[in-house]
Write a protein that binds this ligand. Sequence first.
Ligand SMILES: [Zn+2]
Length: 253
Amino acid sequence: MPKSYLKKTGKSPLSFAANANKQKFTSAEAAAMAQPHKPEAFLICCIDSRFQPAKALDYGPGVALECRCIACVIPPEKEADADVLSRMAFRRINNIRNIVLVSHSDCGGAQTALRVPQPDLSKGDDLHAIAAIVHRAHPDLSRIGQQFLKSEGGDLRKAGDLFAREVSVRSLQNLMGYKGCGEFTTVGDEVNAGMLQVTLLHYDLEKRRFDIYDAGKGKWRHMADAGNLMQLVTGPAQEQACCLHHKASQLKK
Ligand SMILES: [Zn+2]
């Protein structure tokens, strides 16, 4: 078991709330936080506390909306709850032109879904509740998960890493069917028109290394081989440039 951070340091992160002048922000970060909110990326990643997206991807305040769901799961739009749908609406209304999904190694959500291949919510069991969310990514995942467990000799961590990647690929495919911005019917239409970049990454927590998914070839690549897969779209579309606060003020009229 890792040592408890709270026990080891004897301090609460909440103590920073009482000492705002000691918070560890650079002057550039502080300036960014005082600016209007105009994020340029929509990041979908797991709730796992070990993954620190801003550090791992080297961005600061004001750059990325963070949507942290168990195992980076995005279900098909018709099965999405109000929470996911409203986050997608937030993405559209801010006209964000980059979506980045990140799965990760040693994912508790993915491993739980392997352990509970047929979740039953009527049991009121916590593991079933977590597994059910992950399996919403695709009905084939129960079968695929058991294949991974078999191929990895029952090693939950190894099979879980394969499974986390598979879940994220299914989430990426689901994402393409969500409502698109403006005149685009779906997210996929936005991508095909070159108006939106969608990128899927997998992060190894131990090696602190990303892989990137090549959707065209249906396989994962090391970042060193990623080439133009790493390109992001810069700036909002001119004709739709508008911030959320502006849209909200329009509603009041
Ligand atoms: Zn996870």
